[in-house]
Write a protein that binds this ligand. Structure first.
Ligand SMILES: CC(C)(COP(=O)(O)OP(=O)(O)OC[C@H]1O[C@@H](n2cnc3c(N)ncnc32)[C@H](O)[C@@H]1OP(=O)(O)O)[C@@H](O)C(=O)NCCC(=O)NCCS
Length: 175
């Protein structure tokens, strides 16, 4: 499968406040789900249910990865952002993204996923914006990711640029 390397430099989309919030934050009160309006919470807690994450990745057809390695990857990630739908007292993981980093200059975003039942309602954009906001709060300037061809435009619209011909990296520097 072809992957595109995309780079993001700086952001004027979001404020750069330092957010160390670890509690779930009510993000949206009334997102549509099966003719109901449900609440969606945002969490940066790394202690997520790995089986729920596996189900979420299954829902978009990703190949399964060894759960132990996924656990290690999460524990060693710089940042995790997850979206949790709460309805009738039950919580369900509906979105996820993570970033690795050298904590100073560079970071890479991985595993951006929104459950198909919730796609097209702005949640993917929120996940990426949230990651960028957090990384920028650490003054990390270079943010990269690997994009499948069908989501290159999605990332382009969020400020990422592709490396030309898949060979050379392109960078955008803060002015
Ligand atoms: C890619 C993905 C995360 C987008 O999530 P989403 O919640 O549907 O996206 P949003 O609703 O936030 O869309 C934000 C914008 O991007 C656009 N968009 C969404 N998916 C797109 C795509 N595949 N290509 C181009 N534009 C796309 C939307 O139309 C919307 O545009 P707007 O701001 O002008 O209204 C989701 O489709 C997904 O999980 N896909 C499967 C997993 C995957 O491929 N992840 C990326 C790994 S590289």
């Amino acid at each position: 499968m072809t992957l595109w390397t995309l780079f993001f430099k700086n952001s004027n989309i979001l404020s750069e406040e330092n957010s160390t919030q670890k509690k779930d934050i009510l993000l949206i009160k009334d997102i549509k789900y099966k003719n109901k309006l449900v609440e969606v919470y945002l969490s940066t807690n790394k202690n997520i249910n790995l089986s729920d994450l596996e189900k979420l990745c299954d829902s978009v057809g990703w190949l399964r990865r060894p759960i132990k390695k996924v656990k290690t990857a999460i524990q060693n990630s710089f940042l995790i952002v997850s979206l949790i739908q709460k309805i009738d007292g039950k919580a369900c993981l509906i979105g996820f993204a993570r970033a690795t980093s050298d904590y100073a200059f560079n970071a890479t975003i991985w595993d951006v996923v929104v459950h198909p039942d919730f796609q097209g309602q702005g949640l993917g954009k929120i996940l990426v914006h949230e990651i960028i906001k957090e990384l920028r709060s650490y003054e990390i300037n270079t943010i990269t990711l690997f994009a499948d061809p069908e989501v290159v435009v999605f990332y382009n619209n969020l400020g990422f640029v592709s490396d030309p011909n898949g060979i050379k990296g392109m960078f955008w520097y803060p002015k």
